[in-house]
Design a protein around this ligand. Structure first.
Ligand code: NAD
Ligand code: TDX
Length: 352
């Protein structure tokens, strides 16, 4: 198949592209604007493949999208391009509305025109796969799980923009017949994760001898999904999922933030101990909470397991150990980002 991946230079997109090039025969076109979050070195392992292609463009640019569709002639559009960081959405929501809502609208509209021009067989097998988040469902109390039928209740500018994009995708499926798929996944982690997100931020700040900022009291819960397991789920969904369906993807690995941080500290104590003999956990600092901080996310992934046979392949303990080792062994990947293109100040507390 020919797969057009928007946001393919991002954290999850690049994991998907590496998987498709290394483990399948699919042909891939990455369509990415290379914002601050787009990292071409994350695609270096597959860049020399003749099945890998790249175009630097904006999903809000209808002509660029239309040209890419007409020239590459995809069987699948996997739409991952988005502004993805909740704290940034609190400081600057406009970019989130533009990319996540307007950009998804442009992708849908251009894809619809392309799809209508396909011959019958290609038209029937074509898929527009929209990659979304469990944050659209809002925040859970201490009990319960998000299912595919949980009502939408987004509460941050980021999650509201993703919820709106999900609604647009369903509307294009329902109204125009575009064969759409939606996945809503929980928090991803793993290699090549941009250093503003909790897990890489903690690993890198620990190694740099800096304070480890835990928002609020650290009791917020996330359900952690190893990124390569997610990439495998995405492939299963666009290859075998039923058009019009939504699938939740979760890691079955709920952890309080403070547990995540102390787990990272103890792995680093073992693999790369501090020179002064003290533990990394001494660097933990409780800081002002994120405004509107959602308490708990947790996914019921029984539908994708029952319908498509997907389950996570690693436990959180295996995945986090693998992740910490990757950051220790790939310092130049994250050091280049810290040096060149990324401000490290605390985000999300400037009140917009
Ligand atoms: P990311 O921020 O790491 O990467 C986003 C990519 O999109 C970057 O390469 C960026 O250059 C590109 N991009 C941004 N705006 C663009 C535009 N206008 N045109 C073209 N490209 C553009 O994001 P991620 O963590 O890899 O997330 C990918 C998708 O998965 C997003 O849609 C996100 O909402 C969703 N998601 C992420 C998580 C997570 O834990 N990371 C969880 C659930 C859902
Ligand atoms: O420095 C920090 N300290 C801290 O305590 C940061 C950056 C975060 N946190 C907390 C906030 C969250 O409870 O850790 C948790 C995880 O934070 P993020 O890594 O920013 O992720 P989150 O806000 O949960 O959103 C992520 O998962 C869902 C992705 O960024 C989204 O794109 C995805 O949709």
């Amino acid at each position: 198949m020919r797969i057009l991946v928007t946001g393919g230079a991002g954290f999850i997109g690049s994991a998907l592209v590496r998987r498709l090039i290394e483990h399948t025969e699919h042909e891939v076109l990455v369509f990415d604007k290379l914002t601050y979050a787009g990292v071409l070195s994350s695609l270096a392992p597959v860049a020399s493949s003749n099945r890998y292609h790249f175009v630097k463009s904006d999903i809000c640019d209808a002509d660029a999208v239309s040209t890419a569709l007409a020239e590459f002639r995809p069987d699948v559009v996997a739409h991952l391009a988005a502004e993805s960081h909740v704290d940034r959405s609190i400081d600057g929501p406009g970019e989130f509305v533009q990319t996540n809502l307007v950009g998804t609208f442009v992708m849908l509209n251009q894809t619809l025109g392309y799809w209508r021009g396909l011959q019958d067989t290609a038209k029937a097998s074509f898929r527009f796969h929209h990659i979304s988040t469990d944050e659209v469902f809002g925040s859970l109390g201490d009990e319960g799980l998000f299912t595919e039928t949980t009502p939408y209740d987004p509460r941050s500018p980021y999650s509201a923009s993703k919820a709106g994009s999900d609604h647009l995708v369903r509307a294009w499926g329902h109204t125009y017949g575009l064969p759409v798929l939606i996945t809503n996944c929980s928090n991803n982690y793993g290699p090549y994760h941009f250093p503003e997100k909790l897990i890489p931020l903690i690993i890198i700040r620990a190694l740099n001898g800096e304070p480890l900022p835990v928002y609020g009291d650290g009791s917020n819960v996330r359900d952690w999904l190893f990124v390569d397991d997610h990439a495998r789920a995405l492939q299963a969904v666009f290859e075998t999922g039923a058009p019009g369906e939504t699938y939740n993807v979760g890691g079955n690995a709920e952890r309080r933030n403070i547990e995540v941080v102390t787990t990272i500290c103890s792995i680093l104590d073992r693999l790369d101990p501090r020179k002064d003999g003290r533990g990394y956990a001494e660097q933990i600092t409780y800081v002002t909470d994120r405004p509107g901080h959602d308490h708990r996310y947790a996914i019921d992934a029984s539908k994708i397991r029952a319908d498509l046979g997907w389950t996570p392949s690693v436990t959180f303990e295996q995945g986090i150990e693998q992740t910490v080792r990757w950051y220790l062994e790939n310092r130049s990947w994250w050091q280049d980002i810290l040096d060149a293109r990324y401000a490290t100040q605390r985000l999300g507390v400037s009140n917009g």
